[in-house]
Ligand binder design. Sequence first.
Ligand SMILES: Cc1ncc(COP(=O)(O)O)c(C=O)c1O
Length: 360
Amino acid sequence: MKDVISLGVGEPDFVTPWHIREAAIYALERGRTSYTSNLGLLSLREAIAASVEKNFKIGYSPKTEILVAVGVSEAMDIAFRAVINPGDEVIYHEPCYVSYSPGISLAYGVPVAVPCRAEDGFSVTAEVIERAITPRSKLLVLNFPTNPTGGTMSRPELEKIADVARRHNLLVMTDEIYSELTFEGGHTSIASLRGMKERTIFLHGFSKAYAMTGFRIGYACGPAEIIEAMMRIHQYSMLCASIISQEAALEAIQHGEADTLAMREQYRVRRNFIVNAFNQMGLQCHLPRGSFYAFPCIRSTGLDSKEFALRLLESQKVACVPGSAFGPSGEGFLRCCFATALDRIETASERIARFVQGLR
Ligand SMILES: Cc1ncc(COP(=O)(O)O)c(C=O)c1O
């Protein structure tokens, strides 16, 4: 369709900052076109170690505890394949990123979803996790700030979950891809809590914070024996991540903080606008404390989320993702990515308001 405003795809509308693109160009100019170590360039792993230490207060050895991968996507896939035995149960909270459940199934694990509720700001409780634990439970997957809800977790809440993981001897995989895009309240990683580093696989990447989705670079930090097992799968399936992207990622992690902060402030303005617009048109919308997604409730319209999204697209040419795409608890909600220019968001909001008005 022509003239569609898309709030659909979950990626920054910003182009990668110029100095980062320049680092990729310079890598090519210098003839940096070879393979790297399977684990990734040591210089990049050292910079990752320094960044994770500074921002998350967790110390990892660049030689044995960090692996550079082709996006968080690959890091997640090889983490699942490294730690899951057939039939192992993996607990994750939903609504969530669409790859978790298929990724677990592809590794012959059993996905076990626990719900998050709008009333709790889409955080997950230790109680609901503990209730889902069985003797087959192996791994707990966390993603805060969350795609698609923008939910975050306070440190005390995370402490309770860490306690559950320690008592039940669970491994934890934490997907930190939106952590820099936390608007208020600060961000704590579960890996930084007492007794958690040794049982946690910490995944992070460059796609969202530095607007580098097309570079396909992410990383995993974790206990040396898990990183070693992941490295074997990575070695035989991917060999290594692109050296050009790794050089760009090195520039980003060393000199890109100001860009991330500037983009985050833009997202904050857009977030405040869109959340306000939804509430004004009568679609209740909680304030996402992180990520770049608004998740308004559309139940008051009487439509289910897929029908709402389809009819909105057909009649007003605004593309959003039905909440049900992210799990059963997403039914009745709509994911709207606000990593889109403010004037486009303004027009999209007017169109959505017109659509909602027409339903009444
Ligand atoms: C929660 C979450 N994890 C991982 C990814 C994939 O990230 P990458 O581009 O690093 O593969 C996404 C992409 O949307 C995401 O939302």
